[in-house]
Design a protein. Structure first.
Lengths: 325, 379
């Protein structure tokens, strides 16, 4: 990949020069020395370096330091995609990055450009763990960058999107095969740019998109699971009470064990959001106690220890669930 | 009820004594309850006379050579026989299993892999969970169990998935003399069984704690240590005999006892079973045996100590495995409390019968396996 800079353009070109892509055209605005649409920024005058110059430098530095990185084209295109958003007004910008550690050089040059524009701007790099979003307020970032090759599923992407302000943008890139399934459906709403084997998608956060993605976000998922969970648990509580009172058939125990297995799975699905991380194990222990009780009923070794164990496990599980939800 | 073709593949060539331990006994009892067949697949390490205890089990000896390792041969076996394996039983969260498990999963997506961890908390903290193939191996396992509640909590939080609690227990048909054991026939005998002198077993703690307790005994007690003895421990024992010539005749090193009837005779006589281990993989198989014969348990605080003693209702736990005076204190207190030992004889046998009986455990595993299988059908 080569970066070609001339007086009016920054161009991305393949090594064999068979393909090229205009990353940026220099804005033609008389009032700002033919530099940019951006309002006056103090640092621009102080260091006597134009935004155009700094931008070119950062893109070139990224290219130089990331030659062996499979995503080098993506980085250059991301600079280009973010440029209008970063210069849209004089506010400091918060940008989120979700991807791989190998992007460190790219991030450092992007941050350099952002803080050149506004010293208070910040770039937050998150490690690829879907849970990291739970600690971030919704709508708190101006833009996000997502490395699709870092193993993102639809929920992760939707979680990122919920963190972006109205009219903010989300840039997603990949140097591998085009995403398939649900992610591909979401990306059909994005503006797509392809260069060489890399693809860049840009989504703008609009109300229609927000409505579309919310059901797939962790927040919605947790709410859905919680609703289902509470229904299941109400049923379970009544079943377990019947079992404890001896008012049950063996099949009731089996059904309770199945419900508990389902409850356990639901708890694992929202594990990162639980305050009491012992809940799934409590569910498992109660399931085990119900199974023991059932086996005791079946083989006629109906030992009082099994119902004691059931009571103890229920005493751990139900109050903990009530406290949690 | 579905009948499963069960296959057990140990990570390393099987030893004869292991045939009657959890790694084989659990799948064997599962086979007795809901199995169509049980095949034990291993490189032959020695003769397997204990196989006669496992009626119906088949042994498949792998054709290993210098160029074909146990695990490579096992992978070939799976490739050739996967249609006949409905339930693959693996033992130990070992990296060696990675290829085998993924291969089976690819060939038999409807098959069930059950991994019994045989792990302690130290090991759980050292696993390469960020190693992608290893993580894929764990993901491929439909059911994972561990042997101690403490471990279950730890591993669940680390792995964020369901871990079943399946303790090491007893298969009663192998203990014909267990049922008619009576407390009145027991002697003032403290028993330990294991690899005497291995670092893990910490046997010197028991030896010297016994010597300290000896001074406090109001009635005489003997210590019997059964198992192969390391040269290092033999030296310790020789020094001990010279240091304490009066106590030495009361300490008996029997060596390894392979005759089960003879071993069980010691359990029948013992009132106290002593464990001084620093750690155990899973829970010691000897615990359930001793408890089944009505021995009160004195143990160090290994992962399964709370489960073994039902939170010290049925035995005592010494927190620090290196604290000889504390262990001696607990031992002498137990020896002087004949009422507790007698009451505990019945209580611990009941406890073990209800929660550590492999027949009961196999039934629970059947429910868990059926649940995993029905989930696959839904998917």
């Amino acid at each position: 990949m080569n970066i070609i800079v001339n007086d009016t353009h920054i161009i991305l070109q393949t090594d064999d020069a068979t393909a090229s892509h205009i990353l940026l055209t220099k804005p033609d605005i008389a009032d700002y020395s033919n530099v940019t649409t951006r309002p006056l920024v103090k640092s621009y005058h102080l260091i006597k370096e134009t935004i155009w110059d700094r931008f070119c430098q950062c893109v070139q530095d990224t290219a130089k330091h990331c030659t062996d990185d499979v995503h080098h084209d993506c980085y250059a295109m991301t600079f280009s995609a973010l440029y209008p958003a970063l210069l849209s007004n004089s506010q400091a910008k918060n940008v989120l990055y979700y991807g791989q550690e190998s992007a460190a050089f790219f991030l450092s040059f992007l941050e350099d450009f952002m803080t050149f524009l506004q010293p208070d701007s910040s770039l937050v790099g998150l490690s690829p763990n879907p849970f990291v979003f739970s600690g971030l307020a919704n709508g708190s970032f101006h833009a996000a960058i997502i490395d699709l090759d870092a193993g993102c599923d639809l929920r992760t992407i939707c979680d990122v999107l919920t963190k972006i302000r109205k009219n903010g943008i989300v840039v997603l890139y990949t140097a591998l095969d085009a995403p398939a399934g649900d992610v591909a459906t979401l990306l059909s709403h994005a503006a797509k740019t392809v260069f060489s084997s890399s693809a860049l998608y840009v989504l703008t956060i609009e109300p229609a998109l927000c409505d579309l993605i919310y059901p797939y976000s962790s927040e919605a998922l947790v709410l859905t699971y919680t609703e289902e969970l509470l229904t299941q648990i109400a049923e379970l509580k009544s079943l377990i009470q019947n079992i404890q009172q001896g008012d049950c058939q063996p099949e009731d125990c089996l059904y309770a064990a199945k419900l508990l297995a389902r409850t356990e799975k639901a708890l694992w699905a929202i594990y990162d959001y639980l305050e009491d991380c012992r809940l799934p194990v409590y569910a498992n222990t109660l399931k085990e106690a119900v199974m023991d009780y059932y086996i005791g009923l079946s083989d006629k070794t109906d030992h009082p220890g099994y119902s004691d164990k059931l009571s103890l496990a229920a005493q751990d599980f139900f109050p903990a669930i009530e406290t949690e939800f | 009820m579905k009948k499963y073709n069960i296959c057990v593949i140990p990570a390393y060539p099987l030893e004869n004594v292991q045939l009657l331990k959890d790694r084989i006994l659990i799948p064997y009892v599962c086979y007795r309850h809901f199995g169509n067949s049980l095949t034990i697949v291993t490189q032959k390490k020695e003769d397997y006379p204990y196989l006669t205890y496992l009626e119906g089990a088949q042994l498949h000896v792998l054709p290993c050579s210098e160029s074909l390792s146990h695990m490579e041969a096992a992978a070939s076996y799976v490739a050739a026989n996967y249609t006949e394996i409905d339930l693959l039983f693996l033992f130990g969260a070992r990296l060696e299993y990675t290829e085998l498990a993924l291969q089976y999963k690819a060939l038999r997506p409807d098959g069930i892999i059950y991994l019994k961890l045989d792990m302690n908390s130290g090991w759980a903290n050292a696993l390469p969970l960020d190693h992608t193939p290893y993580a894929a191996f764990l993901d491929a396992c439909d059911i994972i169990s561990c042997e101690a509640r403490r471990l279950q909590h730890l591993i669940c939080q680390k792995w964020q998935r369901t871990i079943e609690y399946i303790p090491n227990g007893l298969y009663y048909p192998l203990y014909p003399s267990m049922e008619d054991t009576v407390y009145e026939n027991k002697d003032n005998l403290i028993l330990t069984v294991g690899r005497i002198g291995s670092v893990q077993k910490n046997s010197h703690v028991l030896l010297y704690a016994y010597a300290l307790s000896y001074l406090r005994f109001t009635t005489p007690w003997d210590l019997v240590m059964i198992g192969s003895v390391t040269p290092e421990f033999q030296e310790i024992y020789d020094v001990f005999c010279r240091e304490f010539p009066e106590i030495a005749p009361h300490v008996h090193l029997t060596g390894s006892i392979s005759d089960k009837a003879q071993l069980h005779a010691y359990y029948r006589r013992a009132k106290i079973f002593a464990l001084t281990s620093q750690m155990e993989g899973g829970s010691p198989n000897v615990y359930a045996e001793a408890a089944g014969f009505g021995c009160t348990i004195l143990t160090t605080d290994i992962d399964c100590a709370q489960d073994m003693t039902d939170h010290e209702r049925l035995g005592r736990i010494v927190k620090d495995s290196e604290n000889i005076p504390a262990y001696a204190q607990a031992l002498s207190a137990l020896c002087s409390d004949q009422v507790y030992l007698e009451q505990n004889f019945t209580a611990i046998r009941e406890y073990i019968h209800h929660y550590f009986d492999y027949d009961h455990i196999a039934e629970r595993l059947r429910l868990i396996i059926e649940d995993a299988a029905s989930e696959k059908e839904i998917l």
